[in-house]
Design a protein around this ligand. Structure first.
Ligand code: UT7
Length: 331
């Protein structure tokens, strides 16, 4: 007897961003930069930043509650909470456990994934596989980051780029359904870790080193090198997600790329000949929110009616590691 096909559908989405806004004009007062440079080189105009000491689980739980409400799923129904982040609440336990407690999702297992800006799509790949294997029915998948907790406010080449946010989705198993997550793809190259990383706080440089080397605890990035790899890898990832879904670029209704730099987004969009109305861009408002970038954009695009039921959405991301990942989702 043929197996009943199983689809993995997004049943609800949500987002949470801090109220406080840091504009390019504000940054002009802190480092030697200008609104003109930041806008031209990155596309960013402002970013939302959390109060110092805000745990990521606060934003993540808020985003998760909204996704659960839309999905009409109770926290007790969740089998798993998975969080993509590199700025979790504690070194351990996982941020997912804090979210589990805050939501009262007592039947859920908790898991964090460290894949930097690719974290949410990496998580989607894992969640899809777990649901298809029959190991879970309902999963809360969060991408969240308090990147300002590891920002060097004296380094103009990085501090103008980052913002804080969380985005969430409830994934549900549907027997016999079609659509949902049509494909996922994940990849990495660990030989290039030195181009984008945050060394402090791990076993190589424990937090006890902080007084000796405060510089260890902030993001280090070789921007120009990262840029080149981001364009190549995000394009490759997008191709692969299309191939795995058996689709062509013209089948895609909306392209939602990781929001790291407007020039990266435009370069990729050009290669696929996506017209501007098919690309969702919100980098001007939030900057680079790493693992939150894609789910935040998906939730906003759905709310604005840009992503609608039946639409096929292509997402592609790139981040530290390097890691890169992509997905095609039919809503
Ligand atoms: O999310 C994970 C993936 N991350 C990314 O994909 C980020 C990739 N990289 C980038 O987005 C870009 O490389 C940046 C936006 C970070 C930088 O843009 P760029 O065009 O690559 O600039 P650059 O680093 O080559 O620097 C050009 C010039 C330098 O001055 P000189 O050496 O030419 O005199 C920098 O010192 O711009 C200078 N500069 C700045 N000037 C004003 C660097 N940062 C700033 C700044 N304000 N904030």
């Amino acid at each position: 007897m043929a197996e009943t096909p199983v689809s993995v559908r997004i049943a609800g989405t949500g987002r949470s961003v801090p109220e406080k806004i840091l504009t390019n004009a504000d940054l002009e007062k802190i480092v030697d930069t200008s609104d003109e440079w930041i806008t031209a080189r990155s596309g960013i105009k402002r970013r939302h930043i959390a109060e110092p000491g805000t745990p990521l689980s606060e934003l993540a739980t808020d985003a998760g509650r909204k996704a659960l409400a839309e999905a009409n799923v109770e926290p007790e129904e969740l089998d798993l909470i998975l969080v993509g982040t590199v700025t979790g609440d504690f070194k351990f336990p996982s941020t997912a456990t804090f979210i589990q407690a805050k939501l009262g999702a007592r039947n859920a297992a908790s898991l964090d994934i460290s894949a930097a800006c690719s974290g949410w799509i990496y998580g989607l790949h894992v969640v899809k596989s777990i649901i298809k294997a029959g190991e879970a029915n309902k999963v809360l998948l969060v991408g969240g980051e308090i990147l300002t907790s590891m920002t060097d406010w004296t380094d103009r080449s990085t501090c103008v780029l980052f913002g804080d946010a969380a985005g969430a989705a409830v994934l549900r198993r549907e027997e016999g359904g079609t659509g949902g997550v049509l494909s996922t793809y994940i990849a990495s190259n660990g030989e290039l870790t030195h181009l984008l990383y945050g060394p402090g706080g791990g076993s190589a440089h424990p937090a006890t080193d902080r007084t000796l080397s405060p510089d260890m605890f902030t993001v280090k990035m070789a921007g120009r090198e990262v840029f080149k790899h981001a364009v190549v890898c995000m394009e490759e990832a997008a191709q692969e997600a299309l191939r795995r879904a058996n689709l062509q670029p013209e089948d895609i209704d909306v392209f939602i790329p990781h929001q790291a730099n407007i020039r990266i987004i435009e370069a990729i969009a050009k290669r696929f000949k996506f017209p501007s109305e098919k690309i969702y861009i919100n980098i001007q408002e939030y900057g680079n929110t790493s693992a939150a970038s894609i789910p935040l954009a998906i939730d906003e695009a759905r709310e604005k009616g840009i992503v609608r039921p039946g639409h096929k959405v292509l997402c592609s991301a790139f981040g530290g590691g390097f890691t890169w990942a992509s997905t095609v989702i039919e809503f």
